[in-house]
Design a protein around this ligand. Structure first.
Ligand code: F6R
Length: 633
């Protein structure tokens, strides 16, 4: 039975956020140009945050290469923290200048932004004037929006009314947590912000809300398909007649038409992947193992076509059961001398040369520590390549502790005492002087990087690989000392391809985690993809299997998994010990932006959850499972 689409706002989904951003930039450019032809101006409502940056980059490119002029453009930004100095690192005024205004020809007088410096008593008048100015210019032609995890648009947090105007608001706890990494600690995030109201936004003639990444998928689903409620201000967009929601695939993954399309309409042709996904979904929905699904179960859930195509529920069940069964292997590097026709990895060659790429110096053990141990135990030549130094994620007091240790160490062993004493003093001084959000001194940054290096080496020693197989790549894109990184450059890609050329691996493991809050994993993965693309003509590269693991934030869906490596209770404990070597990260629960559990707890919960899901599907019952998806290039 076909059901009507539950989408209440038009949605456009793109393969990547780059393509989506280009689409949005083109619409803006078309408006600007058409108004120019009519000798008229246009008014844009602009957003900040990580979402619109590529739209701005594309507009700048069009300005430079396609003579797109912004002389006839007025802008109004959505929001600004309060209080906030315009030159502060986290200021949205600064953000807009860095990401857009400084690179285009917009007259300065046409730019409007909420002012985070005005005194409290002047706020109501300021906000009033802000809304009035928009009205006087004839209203906003196109309003760009991102969406926060709370469902906020602008900084209209849950509880904001449909009619709200520009005003001072108090930020939601989740929003302050998400902003914490930009402010180097949640305690430094301003509690308040100035924001255009929901009503102000809804007055715009056209609204484009964008969202990227799977982290946004649940709230996007609510915005598009959920009820209209002030508990999710983005749902008010359903009341607007000219709104478009622009998504990348990851952000669209919770929409009904993507997640369970068979509930909407008869699919006609089902791909193998869709069948697997639907069967797993059906089992989870009914709480039944695969082999117990009946013809009725399929028919009642819009999946009757599958049964028709296969002949009976039994035929479908057995096929999917076998497929999932074949993802399980205790031999991630391939089982030597075994029939490998139904195994995820090839038996030959044995042993294999393996490169594990780890974006930060602990993702290897956190995300695939059990598999890492197995690969080493089973005799493969395993290399680990730490892509970045991870130096921003070390607490200052750990730096002091280490510098102090070096000082005492030097004294005890009669080593260059003067130097270490001086170093200790410098470190103490620079940490004391540092304001929140300020970049560390080069010495402090270096020590932070070294602390993580030492921990990574200790973990590798524990797992059992020789030092010559540990590679610290220190990719330059990361080395800003800030949460904001440089774009991926040629040097970054070359570092990766040089290493691959040197090792010529049979297997590569990489973090396929696309939703880490700081985007580091995403950049690290794209460097690997680019390097592989350059090398793919080499015969050794053609023979190389690339396995993607997930970072600390998310796990693959069960139906996506192509290799499931079970861990015994003993192996899980060894994995935990390897994670424990990363002592500077033990307080990760205190880190901004992360959930309040330490990495090892999260890793174990996740690996146990995967094992439980396999068990509930009627497959073997394991203590824990690490999961991988193969990247085919
Ligand atoms: C920014 C703004 C916010 C963001 C939202 C998403 O001006 O008003 O609503 O759009 O918090 O932020 P990012 O894009 O960083 O995920």
């Amino acid at each position: 039975m076909a059901h009507p689409s539950p989408e209440k706002v038009p949605v456009k989904i793109f393969g990547s956020s780059e393509e989506a951003s280009t689409f949005v930039a083109k619409e803006i450019a078309a408006l600007i140009r058409s108004r120019q032809k009519q000798k008229k101006f246009c008014v844009l409502g602009l957003a900040t945050g990580s979402t619109p940056t590529r739209v701005y980059a594309e507009l700048i490119r069009m300005h430079r290469q396609e003579k797109l002029s912004f002389k006839n453009v007025y802008t109004f930004n959505l929001d600004e923290y309060y209080p906030m100095q315009p030159d502060a690192l986290q200021s949205y005024v600064r953000f807009m200048h860095e990401y857009l205004f400084d690179h285009i020809d917009i007259p300065k007088k046409n730019i409007h932004m909420p002012d985070g410096t005005i005194s409290r008593d002047k706020i109501p008048a300021f906000c009033n004037t802000y809304d009035k100015m928009i009205d006087e210019l004839g209203g906003i032609d196109i309003q760009l929006l991102g969406i926060g995890r709370t469902g906020h648009i602008g900084f209209n947090e849950p509880g904001s009314s449909e009619k709200s105007t520009t005003r001072l608001i108090t930020l939601d706890h989740i929003t302050t947590m998400d902003a914490a990494s930009d402010f180097f600690g949640e305690e430094n995030v301003p509690k308040k912000a100035l924001t255009m109201g929901v009503g102000t936004i809804l007055k715009s003639r056209r609204i484009i809300m964008m969202a990227w990444g799977e982290g946004k998928a649940p709230i996007v689903q609510k915005a598009v398909e959920g009820i209209v409620t002030d508990q999710n201000p983005s749902s008010f967009l359903q009341l607007h007649s000219n709104t478009l929601v622009v998504l990348d695939e990851a952000a669209s993954s919770e929409l009904t038409k993507i997640k369970t399309p068979w509930l909407l309409d008869s699919l006609g042709h089902w791909s193998d992947k869709q069948i697997r996904k639907a069967v797993v979904w059906l089992c989870q929905k009914l709480g039944k193992p695969i082999l117990k699904l009946t013809n009725n179960d399929y028919s009642e859930h819009g999946m009757g076509d599958i049964v028709t195509a296969f002949g009976s529920a039994y035929q479908v069940n057995i096929r999917i059961f076998n497929e999932l069964q074949h993802t399980i292997t205790g031999w991630p590097g391939g089982k030597p001398k075994a029939d490998d026709s139904n195994r995820p990895e090839r038996a030959k060659p044995f042993p294999k040369r393996v490169v594990i790429f780890s974006p930060h110096p602990d993702d290897d053990v956190i995300s695939m520590g059990g598999t890492f141990l197995r690969l080493v135990d089973q005799g493969h030549e395993v290399h680990v390549a730490y892509q970045t130094s991870g130096n921003i994620a070390v607490f200052d007091d750990d730096v002091v502790r280490f510098a102090d240790f070096v000082n005492d160490f030097s004294e005890q062993f009669g080593l260059a005492k003067m130097k270490s004493e001086q170093l200790f003093k410098n470190v103490l001084q620079s940490i004391k002087k540092k304001k929140p959000g300020q970049i560390d001194s080069p010495e402090v940054m270096m020590i932070k990087g070294l602390i993580r290096r030492g921990e990574a080496k200790a973990a590798c020693r524990y797992v059992g690989i020789p030092e010559k197989n540990i590679h610290f790549l220190d990719m330059p894109f990361y080395e800003t000392g800030l949460v904001k990184k440089k774009p991926l450059g040629e040097t970054d890609i070359k570092i990766i391809s040089d290493l691959l050329l040197k090792i010529k691996p049979h297997q590569i493991y990489a973090a396929g985690d696309l939703s880490d809050p700081h985007g580091t994993h995403r950049v690290c993965l794209s460097a690997i993809y680019k390097a592989i693309d350059r090398l793919k003509k080499n015969s050794w590269m053609k023979d190389c299997y690339v396995w993607l693991y997930r970072g600390a934030w998310q796990e693959w869906d069960i139906d996506q998994i192509e290799m499931a490596v079970p861990l015994s209770p003993e192996e899980l404990l060894r994995k935990r010990r390897a994670i424990f070597k990363h002592q500077s990260q033990k307080d990760s629960a205190l880190f901004p932006g992360t959930d309040a559990r330490e990495f090892w707890v999260r890793a174990e919960d996740r690996n146990r959850a995967t094992a439980k899901a396999y068990d509930q599907l009627g497959l073997a019952e394991y203590e824990a499972i690490e999961a991988f998806v193969r990247y085919k290039f």
